[in-house]
Ligand binder design. Structure first.
Ligand SMILES: Nc1nc2c(ncn2[C@@H]2O[C@H](COP(=O)(O)OP(=O)(O)OP(=O)(O)O)[C@@H](O)[C@H]2O)c(=O)[nH]1
Ligand SMILES: [Mg+2]
Length: 285
């Protein structure tokens, strides 16, 4: 999992030598969950099964649609008693900021896994050939000691993917060593065992607060553009540009409004469900 363009499909492509669909344009590429098998006789099962996911921050789909797709897959497989040996979370070491969306997506990912599954997460950095080694190393340290700290304190590992097959297997090594230690992740327990709707899950709630923040930011920008447009100007190009930006922001806000409505849930419903599930009683309402 990870943001769009972080190299998820590239990793699987190099590890399995299957054509996974790597996107080279500026648009998000993977649009569905993809399963790729690699025969690996050293494992008792004989296969490593890779699951490629569409990335967050997609050009065409909202993060909630992506989360919905991933959560449906996770629930269906969990119902069939299929558990994951591990999750690779991808991060471009070329990113020079951990702000806004990448940070919120990381927090959402943490909620999706739950603390008990952190030990099965490999925080995988990519694009090392695109960055000065020293700069990359400093960023890696900052990630380890700050942004990834809570995950690493609970035994997540970090590995560099250096764009070749050997390196892909180095990244996978900790998971292959304990391939049979599979854990359900929080989202699976919440959706299947506790029968939560996606919007009631910890990941769904984290997504909701992220969208809420984004809406506030966009409303702010919209207000500023509106003020700018009120000022008389002879520059037609600037005015046209502002109008176009205004329309675009309105469309984006509408879409986010839909996402928020899809996720909205009162806290009392969530509390009730968790009490019901803990006490093992059923309540009809
Ligand atoms: N230089 C360099 N390019 C890379 C590396 N990993 C991936 N890329 C390139 O980055 C681009 C995006 O890679 P993908 O593997 O499609 O990324 P993705 O995470 O699957 O993206 P989505 O499918 O949109 O979620 C492609 O052009 C890759 O060739 C890397 O380690 N180094
Ligand atoms: Mg992809």
């Amino acid at each position: 999992m990870g943001p769009t363009g972080s190299g998820k499909s590239t990793f699987i492509n190099i590890a399995t030598e299957h054509d996974t669909g790597v996107g080279h344009s500026l648009e998000s590429y993977t649009s569905e969950i993809g399963i790729f098998k690699l025969f690996y006789p050293e494992l008792s099962d004989g296969d490593i099964v890779f699951v490629d996911t569409p990335g967050f921050d997609d050009t065409h789909k909202s993060d909630i649609d992506i989360l919905k797709m991933i959560s449906e897959w996770l629930s269906e497989t969990y119902k069939k008693n299929i558990l994951l040996s591990g999750i690779l979370y991808f991060h471009r070491i070329t990113d020079n900021r951990m702000a806004g969306t990448p940070l919120k997506n990381l927090r959402m990912f943490e909620e999706l896994c739950g603390k008990n599954a952190f030990q099965n997460v490999i925080l995988t950095t990519t694009m090392w050939d695109e960055v000065n080694e020293e700069v990359g190393k400093l960023r890696e340290e900052e990630l380890i000691h700050k942004y990834w700290k809570s995950m690493m304190d609970r035994k997540s590992k970090t590995m560099r993917f250096e764009n070749d097959r050997q390196s892909a297997f180095n990244v996978l090594a900790p998971l292959l060593e304990s391939a049979n230690e599979r854990h359900a992740i929080r989202l699976q327990k919440e959706m299947v065992d506790m029968k939560y709707q996606l919007r009631e899950t910890s990941a769904g709630q984290a997504m909701f607060s992220k969208i809420e923040d984004l809406v506030k930011q966009k409303q702010d920008t919209l207000r500023r553009i509106r003020d700018e447009m009120k000022r008389p100007s002879d520059d037609r190009e600037t005015m046209d540009g502002l109008r176009a930006k205004f329309r675009q922001l309105n469309v984006e806000l509408d879409m986010m409004g839909d996402d928020m409505r899809a996720l909205k849930l009162s806290v009392s419903d969530r509390l009730l469900k968790s009490v019901v599930s803990r006490l093992g009683v059923r309540v009809w309402r």
